[in-house]
Design a protein around this ligand. Structure first.
Ligand code: SAH
Length: 499
């Protein structure tokens, strides 16, 4: 398994600067033990004009067996012993890439920070990339990222042309790209092309994908990629639940940058077409404003925002002088990181006056930051699991969250929020499905957002809310949010539960 990275000198710098970026000196050969073999990094050429780094992975089939990584190819019985893993640029290679070149992949280069931020002329060569989807697909994956792609199928046997081609490609990518980005393209797209991983795909893969395909400033190359759904599905081993979560988070990251609502209506509230930016912010703002005014009128002093997402409501809550304690909870660590950044805007970078550290265990506290304002706590948690940290608040908010839960999980959420946490006030908002007919381009019966599991009519929401209120000893009143249409009602519906 081999990857070579070649760069040329530019007017600004010699080609050997590549060594700084890779954090590996051009004069040395370095080896790194992996559980399944050894990775070597060396420079076949290191001149002022042209410099090439090579990452070679030697797989030890015995070690592969010992490390109990499964090679799950059903093709034949000896597949565990005789397989393409030693030769093909597979997921094993990606793991080695992630380890050996971790700092380069993250785009860090303390010695030459400007170099890490600069697109460089690069040529990446990979002689044997497994890609059953074919050369065309490989082109469709890399070309939108600024690469000129040469993808040649490798013949099964060069001496016997009649045998045809294998499902391996010899891939050469040429372009002017930041090194960290180039590596992240390989990190995500090689396993996507391969289509299976040698290890069990679990939930942590979602974060890996989003980190590699994103950037610290917001959504990165993956969220705008025309093949993003295909890439996400294949990277996550076609595990649909993970795929849905990942795609929803990618959509969310898009929203954050545009400061739009995830469930943005495709028309202005009054039905007229409006520019994208204007229309969405208005419904999201109205919703947060409506929740805030309910909290004020109920005289809540402490609030827990369950499924806080990137912190749109938290930001408003922090600015409200009547609140003494504010907490945000979400299952998505990516969303919480967004919320963290949003709330930290303008904070002292040395940590004074910042809100409580991310993921801290909740310690009930009334103490504020230096300016006396409460610091919101951000917690990783799920509304479908009973959690003591949700207890002790005047109010809980579920703003645009219930429709992200599988209907079969709703009773669990009801028990956790209305049964166990039992705040005095619960505010729930959710889309009003009847209003969807006003959304241009939204097919009949389709949902506003890819991660929604259902969208309710007013009657459906009312029936659910009334039943939950009765079961747990709450009263509920219903309020519309956004401009009401005489037939369909408002775009968002809100239930205010009080005990
Ligand atoms: N309340 C925010 C975000 C709504 S999007 C707003 O209105 O702007 C829905 C959010 O619910 C996402 O951030 C998602 O990660 C979160 N979510 C989904 N299932 C969850 C669960 N079981 N527990 C907590 N949060 C969940």
């Amino acid at each position: 398994m081999l990857l070579t990275i070649t760069t040329h000198a530019t007017t600004a710098r010699p080609a050997t600067d590549l060594g700084f970026l890779l954090h590996k000196h051009p004069d040395r050969v370095q080896s790194f033990e992996q559980s399944f073999g050894t990775a070597h990094l060396f420079y076949p050429e290191a001149g002022e004009e042209r410099c090439t780094a090579a990452l070679l992975l030697e797989v030890d089939p015995q070690a592969l067996l010992r490390s109990r990584t499964s090679v799950s190819t059903p093709d034949f019985a000896l597949a565990q012993y005789v397989n393409d893993r030693p030769y093909a640029t597979s997921s094993l290679f990606t793991v080695a890439l992630g380890k050996v070149l971790r700092t380069a992949l993250r785009g860090r280069c303390d010695a030459r920070p400007e170099l890490a931020a600069t697109p460089l002329p690069l040529e990446l060569r990979l002689p044997a990339v497994p890609c059953r989807a074919g050369a065309e697909r490989a082109r469709a994956l890399f070309a939108p990222l600024g690469w000129t792609v040469a993808a040649e199928p490798v013949p099964l046997d060069p001496g016997l042309p009649g045998w045809g081609d294998s499902h391996y490609l010899s891939l050469t990518l040429t372009g002017t790209v930041r090194l960290s980005e180039a590596l992240s393209h390989l990190y995500v797209l090689l396993p996507a092309m391969d289509g299976h991983k040698h290890y069990w795909v679990d939930e942590t893969e979602i974060d890996k994908l989003l980190r590699a395909g994103g950037s610290d400033e917001g959504p990165g190359w993956l969220s705008g990629h025309p093949e993003r759904d295909w890439i996400t599905r294949r990277y996550l081993g076609r595990r649909e639940r993970y795929v849905r979560t990942a795609l929803a988070r990618l959509a969310e990251a898009d929203d954050l940058v545009e400061d739009e609502d995830a469930d943005a209506p495709r028309v202005e509230e009054d039905g007229a077409a409006a520019p994208r930016e204007e229309r969405a912010a208005s419904l999201a703002d109205q919703r947060a404003g409506a929740v805030l005014s309910v909290l004020r009128s109920e005289e809540a002093r402490s609030v827990i925002d369950l499924g806080c997402g990137p912190g749109r409501l938290l930001e408003r809550l922090v600015a409200d002088a009547t609140l003494e304690r504010i907490t945000g909870v979400d299952v998505s660590t990516v969303s919480l990181e967004h919320a963290h950044r949003r709330l930290c805007k303008g904070c002292d970078p040395n940590g004074r006056g910042r809100h409580r550290p991310l993921f801290a265990d909740a310690v009930p506290s009334r103490s504020g930051g230096q300016d006396g304002r409460p610091r919101p706590e951000l917690l990783v948690g799920s509304v479908v699991y009973r959690d003591r940290r949700f207890e002790g608040y005047d109010a809980a908010v579920l703003m645009e969250v219930i429709e992200h839960l599988d209907p079969s999980r709703l009773p669990a959420m009801e028990e956790v929020v209305f049964g166990a946490a039992r705040p005095r006030v619960v505010v729930v908002t959710t889309p009003n499905a009847e209003y969807n007919t006003h959304y241009e381009g939204l097919a009949e019966g389709a949902f506003r957002h890819g991660d929604h599991r259902f969208e309710w009519t007013r009657a459906e929401f009312t029936a659910w809310a009334d039943r939950v209120a009765a079961a747990h000893g709450y009263r509920v009143r219903h309020l519309p949010v956004g401009a009401e249409h005489p037939e369909t009602g408002a775009p968002t519906q809100m239930g205010v539960f009080t005990s």
